[in-house]
Design a protein around this ligand. Structure first.
Ligand code: ZN
Length: 195
């Protein structure tokens, strides 16, 4: 029990109290559900990798979102991290595809554009199917810097048929996407404005 609590408490946002609550929850789980939980963790670690197209989490070469014919691949939503993709997916509202940057530009931390997946994003927008790129980076200095850089790069392509937008309404400056409520996030993506 103590071992499990210790491991859980290492997770982001999980303090000792929450770790204890989770451990007791797991203790009371029916055996089958506990097995499913541990095998989900094992499978993810064994088979999880970045999607070759969007850098989201995939089991195969292409993730289930990129592979879904019902998703609108004319719209790409650019996010910093996998957790941001999950936050937007949870709203159940967005029907386009994604591009995960795997970070943000931050010269102070020695993270430069070439350390992210920006080149691959530029490549993706060149094939003629993309009509809109939503820059859904966090609304803080790093997120804004990253969005501005990508906007410049996309504009430099001279493609007037690609709209560049940014979610806006209801998101206060300084916000991290992952902490927004589903309703606020869905609303902000709906109400996105030209960047
Ligand atoms: Zn993908």
């Amino acid at each position: 029990m103590e071992k499990l609590i210790k491991e859980l408490a290492k997770m982001p946002g999980i303090g000792r109290k929450t770790a204890e609550r989770l451990a007791y929850y797991i203790l009371r789980l029916p055996a089958q559900e506990a097995r499913e939980l541990s095998s989900a963790i094992e499978e993810l670690k064994k088979n999880g990798r970045n999607c070759l197209r969007c850098f989201g989490i995939a089991v195969d070469e292409i993730c289930h979102i990129c592979a879904d014919p019902k998703r609108d691949n004319t719209v790409i939503c650019v996010v910093e991290e996998h957790k941001d993709l999950f936050s937007i997916e949870r709203t159940g509202h967005y029907k386009g595809v994604y591009h995960v940057l795997l970070g943000h530009i931050s010269p102070l931390d020695n993270v430069h554009p070439e350390d992210l997946t920006i080149e691959r994003l530029i490549e993706r927008t060149k094939n003629g199917t993309v009509k809109e790129v939503i820059l859904a980076t966090n609304l803080n200095v790093e997120g804004d810097t990253t969005a501005s850089y990508i906007q410049k790069r996309l504009s430099a392509l001279g493609r007037r048929d690609i709209k560049i937008t940014r979610p806006a309404r209801g998101i206060p400056q300084g916000s991290y996407l992952e902490y927004l409520s589903g309703a606020v996030l869905a609303n902000a993506i709906d109400a996105r404005t030209t960047f």
